[in-house]
Design a protein around this ligand. Structure first.
Ligand code: SF4
Ligand SMILES: [Zn+2]
Ligand SMILES: [Zn+2]
Length: 310
C-alpha cells in the first residue's frame, strides 16, 4: 500500500511522467491543475479571455481550472462561449451542461449561440444539403470551418484578446497527422497590423493550455471532481478521418504507455510552425461581414457551393 505525500492512501500517478509520484485523489487534482496552469502562457495574463466550451470533458476541465484560478492568472474578464451545432442527439445534453455551468460558475457570463443564428443553418441541414448535392465535404470539415469562424466572430464581438480551446495532446497529434495527409502547411499567424478590419477591432488569438496534457489525465480530473460531460457521441464523428487517426493513436498508446510518440509529434509540429510562420491579411467577409483570411470567408464559400452553385 503506497501513501501520498500528504499521508493519505495513494491511488493515482501520472503515466506520462516517468518521475511521477503516487498521489491521493485530492493531491492528484492539484497536480493536474498545476499542469494546466503551466500551459497558460504569461502573455495571456491581464487579458480578457473566452473559453470555447463544447460540453465535452476537455473544455469543461479547462473552464473549471481557469475559473478557479482567474484571480491568480490576473484575468480581468472570463466568458464561456458555447457553440450549438443543433445536432438533436447532443443538443439536449448540452442544455444540461449549460444548466450545470450556470449553477457551478457564479458570475460567469455564458454565451450560447447556435449555428442558425450565426450562419442561417443548423449543421444537420448543411450536412444533408451537402450530401444531396455531392459536394464532398465531410460533416466535420463543415462543422470545423464554421466553428473556427464563429469563435473568432464571437471573440471580436465580446472584445476578448484570447480564445482558449480545450485541445489536448491527442487532439494536437491527430490534427498534425491529418494536416500532413492533406498537405496543409503549418498554421498561419494573424497579421493584425496589415488588417483591413477597423482599427478598433482587435483580433483574438487562439490558445491551447491543454496541448501538452493527455486526455487520460483530464478523464481522471473529471472523475475526481464529478464534472458532468456530454456522453452521447456526435453521430457524424464516425464519418471523419480524424476518428480513424484517433483510433490509430489509441492503439499506439498501448505500445508506448508513456506517450512519447505524442510528444514527438507535437515537437515536430512546433518546429515546422517555427520555420514556416507566415503572415496573412484579415478581411471582413464581403457577404457575412465576419472576419476571415479571404474576401469571401470559408463558411460563405461552403454555403455558396451547397445552396447556390448550379
Ligand atoms: S464530431 Fe464533427 S460534426 Fe460532430 S461536433 Fe465534432 S466536428 Fe462537429
Ligand atoms: Zn495527498
Ligand atoms: Zn462570410
Amino acid at each position: 500500500m503506497t501513501t501520498c505525500n500528504c499521508g493519505a492512501l495513494a491511488v493515482y500517478s501520472d503515466p506520462f511522467n516517468p518521475y511521477s509520484l503516487e498521489y491521493c485523489s485530492s493531491c492528484f487534482e492539484g497536480y493536474i491543475e498545476k499542469k494546466i496552469l503551466k500551459g497558460v502562457s504569461r502573455r495571456v495574463r491581464g487579458h480578457p479571455i473566452a473559453v470555447a466550451v463544447s460540453g465535452g470533458k476537455d473544455s469543461l476541465v479547462l473552464l473549471t481550472v481557469l475559473h478557479a484560478y482567474q484571480d491568480e492568472l490576473k484575468l480581468p474578464m472570463l466568458i464561456a462561449v458555447v457553440l450549438e451545432e443543433e445536432i438533436p442527439e447532443i443538443q439536449q445534453e448540452r442544455q444540461m451542461i449549460i444548466q450545470y455551468m450556470q449553477n457551478e460558475f457564479s458570475g460567469l457570463p455564458i454565451y450560447h449561440v447556435t449555428y442558425s443564428e450565426l450562419f442561417g443553418h443548423k449543421l444537420p441541414n448543411l450536412v444533408s444539403a451537402n450530401d444531396r448535392k455531392g459536394c464532398g465535404y465531410t460533416p466535420c470539415s463543415i462543422c470545423g470551418i464554421f466553428r473556427r469562424q464563429a469563435l473568432f466572430e464571437l471573440g471580436v464581438r465580446h472584445s476578448v484578446d484570447f480564445i482558449a480551446l480545450g485541445t489536448t495532446l491527442e487532439d494536437e497529434a491527430a490534427t498534425t497527422i491529418l494536416n500532413t495527409i492533406r498537405g496543409i502547411s503549418p498554421s498561419f499567424q494573424y497579421d493584425t497590423s496589415e488588417s483591413v478590419m477597423k482599427s478598433s477591432q482587435k483580433l483574438p488569438q487562439r490558445i491551447k493550455p491543454l496541448a501538452r496534457i493527455s486526455e487520460d489525465l483530464l478523464r481522471v480530473y473529471v472523475k475526481i471532481r464529478k464534472i458532468p460531460t456530454i456522453s452521447t457521441p456526435c453521430p457524424y464523428a464516425q464519418r471523419s478521418l480524424r476518428s480513424k487517426i484517433t483510433s490509430f493513436l489509441i492503439s499506439l498508446k498501448a505500445r508506448d504507455p508513456q506517450g512519447s510518440f505524442l510528444f514527438n509529434i507535437l515537437k515536430s509540429k512546433q518546429e515546422s510552425e517555427r520555420k514556416s510562420v507566415s503572415q496573412r491579411q484579415i478581411y471582413a467577409c464581403e457577404r457575412c461581414k465576419m472576419i476571415s483570411h479571404h474576401i469571401l470567408c470559408p463558411s460563405c464559400r461552403i454555403l455558396f457551393k451547397i445552396f447556390e452553385l448550379g
